[in-house]
Design a protein. Structure first.
Length: 140
């Protein structure tokens, strides 16, 4: 999954246990939740200089800590408990509807997204679009 260059402040992919790759570079990430994902998840989060918190699987803890150190993110806390106390900014509110979709997929959010990618259940990109509005034409 590639969500780079989107000005995201929080990314929560907990529970996406079939996801193998995550690229969230060049955002404004402050919080990254990657717990309960695949233990072999490859994640790239560089150029998120305000990153404060990462929650990951216990088995991935050491490698994430090393990556945080290599990126010189000195104010970033890494743990496997997902226990941040400041919850005001934890979630970017987004509604994606309808499900299932037949013609237009609507994104209702306060964030200013520049692009969107739609993946099938196998992880293949089936559509990539530049966003100029809050809807995506997915009609065949």
């Amino acid at each position: 999954m590639d969500c780079s260059f989107n000005k995201l402040s929080t990314l929560d992919i907990r529970g996406l246990n079939k996801l193998e790759n995550l690229s969230c570079k060049y955002n404004n990430l402050r919080f990254l939740y990657i717990k309960n994902t695949s233990n072999s998840l490859k994640v790239s989060f560089y150029n998120n200089i305000d990153l404060e918190y990462i929650c990951c699987n216990e088995i991935n803890y050491n490698s994430i800590v090393e990556r945080v150190k290599s990126l010189n993110l000195t104010n970033c806390i890494v743990d496997s408990e997902c226990s941040v106390t400041n919850t005001q900014d934890l979630y970017t509110n987004i509604s994606i509807y309808p499900n299932p979709v037949t013609d237009f997929l609507y994104l209702d959010t306060n964030e200013n997204w520049m692009k969107a990618e739609i993946f099938d259940v196998s992880g293949r990109i089936i559509r990539a679009v530049s966003l100029s509005s809050q809807s995506i034409d997915v009609a065949p």
